[in-house]
Design a protein around this ligand. Structure first.
Ligand code: C2E
Ligand code: CA
Ligand code: CA
Length: 533
């Protein structure tokens, strides 16, 4: 904005300067004329002759006319002198305003810190100084972890206070000739000279993270924001400021995903992962359309009889060049890019078609992403797919994670109730790892708890894990819910679960996720085995 108005300012200033010059010329001309008039008058006795002339023609009131002319001349001289001073004042004020506007264009209006534009210049100077002194330049991107919560909880003026306080603290930590800048939002940049191969950048990042993890005092309250820091080094990681900022940003996001309140150095592997993510983002839409996202099925087994009761649908990407990709590589990307509905529905459509020929007492379990459970169109869409593939609703179970229950609980309740009314069963997945409380179990239409594999995998060797599994099973029983244990990967766990009264098991011991043709083969094998027995 300030940048836009600058040419107008400059234009106006140039005009004032020209006016000022002109008025000086006017004043000089008036002065010269006056001096010339006095000189001519003195050398030719003009005043005496004029006096006589006026006396002679007294009847024409010439004396009054001459006095008026003299007053006018004096007034216009005074005016031109005054105008010269006025214009000089205006020039001074405009120069100050221009200087201020130039400063604003290069500094952040809220914190007064240099902005991106100014950073470019100061960074170049810092790099030059470093090259003379044999130092490197560390560039740190500092992003606040919980800034949004401050805005939401305490309002925007508290948010502004936080940003100013953070700016102040960073300036206190970073010593000259280091630079602290604000790029916008809650993202700050620190540039600091460091000795090559020294831990200086690391200790600076550690100090920043530590200082910003302390509560900040605001007017009448306090806020805890915390910060994650990404570091890129000049010249190790590159020369160009924008490239270094991008790298430090990638490292900062790594610090966030590793748990926040941390610092990370940029490395090439991070860049590779990011490129991979961008590539997947680009390919995913067409992959869904082409049917490359396929259902794999993992058997769910009745722990008493050992027979299959159904299969969990697990997404796999049958990638034309990279082989079979696991859900961790693409499900979160599908969620972030709004493709998760298309992906889920295409998966369900195919699974219903493939499972239509299997025994009709086998059910299918479908995973849904948290935001899908608040979508009021979801029950209709699922119903449409079930009826077009002639798959009965009572053979479908959906799995939701506890994270889905954190937000918009009323919407979740409504969607689950509609699904339930259609005959679809609901399972709470990864139970025990999230936010689910007794309140949720009472209020929501849930039929099953899936005990998270992190508890089950260790129950044979760690007694505390077995205690947790036992507690979840008895919780399930008291709410009238069936329980499935995930992560059954050996016979001891299976027996232990059976003794504890767990109904269903799932895990590598019973079988890994497999494509439809292998499911058919293993089902046939089981039938033959039972017949032989
Ligand atoms: P999940 O729903 O908890 O699925 C179970 C995961 O545990 C599967 O991993 C399965 O292969 C793995 N697993 C099963 N038995 C064992 C065992 O005995 N030991 C060990 N170590 N692991 C076992 P997978 O297929 O990689 O899926 C990972 C996650 O991706 C799933 O966790 C689920 O949250 C998500 N996911 C998979 N398909 C979909 C989908 O279609 N939609 C959504 N929204 N999420 C999906
Ligand atoms: Ca699941
Ligand atoms: Ca699970």
């Amino acid at each position: 904005m300030v940048g836009d108005t600058k040419p107008k300012w400059a234009e106006r200033s140039a005009r004032v300067l020209a006016d000022h010059k002109r008025s000086i010329v006017d004043a000089v001309v008036v002065g010269c004329c006056a001096v010339a008039a006095v000189a001519v008058g003195a050398s030719y006795d003009v005043f005496e002759q004029l006096y006589e002339f006026v006396e002679r023609y007294e009847e024409y009131e010439l004396d009054e006319l001459i006095i008026a002319a003299i007053v006018l001349a004096v007034a216009s001289s005074a005016y031109s002198v005054r105008r010269v001073f006025d214009l000089r004042n205006q020039i001074r004020m405009r120069a100050a305003a221009e200087e201020e506007s130039r400063r604003l264009a290069r500094h952040d209006a809220l914190t007064g810190l240099p902005n991106r534009r100014e950073l470019h210049e100061t960074f170049a100077n810092c790099v030059q100084t470093c090259s003379h002194t044999g130092k490197n330049c560390a560039l740190l991107v500092v992003d606040l972890d919980y800034f949004k919560a401050v805005n939401d909880l305490h309002g925007h003026s508290a948010g502004d206070e936080v940003l100013c306080e953070v700016a102040h603290q960073l300036q206190h930590i970073v010593k000259e000739p280091g630079i602290v800048a604000r790029l916008g939002g809650d993202e700050f940049v620190v540039v600091s000279p460091v000795q090559p191969d020294s831990p200086e950048a690391e200790s600076l990042a550690r100090r920043i993270v530590h200082q910003l993890s302390k509560p900040l005092a605001l007017a009448g309250t306090e806020a805890k924001v915390g910060a994650s820091v990404g570091i890129a080094l000049h010249p190790t990681n590159g020369d160009d400021l924008e490239e270094l900022l991008r790298q430090a940003d990638i490292a900062m996001y790594r610090a966030k995903s590793d748990g926040r309140g941390l610092y990370r150095f940029f490395d090439r592997e991070m860049d590779e992962k990011l490129r991979m993510r961008i590539q997947i983002e680009r390919e995913l839409k067409t992959a869904i359309e082409k049917g490359e996202i396929v259902p794999y099925y993992q058997m769910l087994v009745d722990l008493k009889t050992g027979g299959p009761v159904g299969f969990e649908i697990l997404a796999r990407w049958d990638h034309p060049t990279r082989g079979v990709l696991l859900p961790d590589d693409f499900i979160s990307i599908a969620e972030d890019t709004g493709l998760i509905n298309d992906l889920t529905y295409s998966l369900l459509r195919r699974a219903c078609r493939e499972a239509a020929t299997w025994s009709d007492d086998l059910h299918l379990s479908l995973n849904l992403a948290p935001e899908q459970i608040t979508d009021s169109w979801l029950p209709q869409s699922i119903l449409g797919i079930l009826s077009e593939s002639n798959f009965p609703a009572h053979r479908l179970e959906i799995e939701i994670t506890e994270t889905a229950l954190v937000k918009k609980l009323d919407e979740v309740k409504a969607v689950l109730r509609s699904l339930h009314n259609m005959g679809i069963r609901i399972a709470l997945d990864d139970f025990g790892t999230g936010y689910c409380g007794l309140y949720h179990l009472r209020e929501l239409s849930v039929d099953r708890l899936k005990i998270d594999q992190s508890f089950v995998l260790g129950m044979a060797s760690e007694p505390e894990q077995a205690i947790i599994v036992k507690a979840i099973l008895s919780l399930g029983k008291s709410f009238g819910l069936e329980c499935t244990a995930e992560g059954v990967n050996n016979p001891q766990i299976r027996n232990q679960l059976n003794e504890l009264g767990c109904e269903i098991g799932q895990g590598h011991y019973f079988g890994r996720p497999q494509p439809a043709d292998e499911v058919v083969r293993s089902l046939k094998k089981r039938v033959t085995k039972t017949k032989v027995a």
